[in-house]
Design a protein. Structure first.
Length: 191
């Protein structure tokens, strides 16, 4: 008796599975359902592209920030170069004035004015080297951003082409299903 009940449940399961499969097959052959599935895929892809575009826009914004930082650093480099040149000129002027006054070389090098000018020159020179190194780093970052952005733009174009291909494929799939359905109906009518 238990075997009979088990076979009855199995038969009911097969019946339901068969009905579900036939319902799924009829839905899969429905052109409107196919069109809706393709439209859903296209919509998802377009949303992904929009998210990707926002990410690329963020990279572009970071690149613009780096460019602004580089302009600021370049202005600092120019200012420090002028200050360094001025400090060197002031040191030379101090040496010339003291030499004209007949002071010996040891007194000139030991004077507070000369030490002040030389210290300023060394300070500006050190700061200038640091700023130039920082400029190179920022310039390299900008180049990396440019390469990355260019690669992402290429990938975006490819994704957009893929979406266009999916749209074309949707039209073809719907046309094939309709044609197959009409051919089946015609064959059923003829037989």
């Amino acid at each position: 008796m238990f075997k009979a009940i088990g076979r009855w449940f199995s038969a009911m399961g097969y019946l339901l599975t068969g009905q579900i499969d036939s319902a799924r097959e009829s839905l899969d052959s429905n052109p409107k359902k196919i069109r809706a599935q393709y439209d859903s895929i296209v919509q998802d892809k377009l949303e992904q592209i929009q998210t990707y575009k926002k990410a690329v826009a963020g990279l572009i914004a970071q690149q613009e920030n780096k460019i602004a930082k580089l302009k600021e650093l370049t202005a600092d480099v120019e200012r420090l170069t002028r200050l360094k040149t001025g400090a060197l000129a002031k040191a030379k002027q101090t040496v010339a004035e003291m030499s004209k006054a007949g002071k010996p070389k040891e007194d000139i090098q030991g004077s507070a004015e000369y030490a002040k000018c030389l210290g300023a020159y060394n300070d500006f020179n050190s700061s200038l080297r640091d700023k130039q190194a920082h400029c190179e780093e920022v310039d390299n970052d900008i180049a990396e951003y440019a390469d990355s952005i260019a690669n992402h733009k290429i990938q975006l174009k490819q994704l957009i082409r893929d979406v266009e291909n999916i749209k074309a494929e949707a039209h073809e799939a719907v046309a094939e299903v309709i044609t197959a359905k009409q051919e089946k109906d015609l064959a059923d009518t003829l037989s």
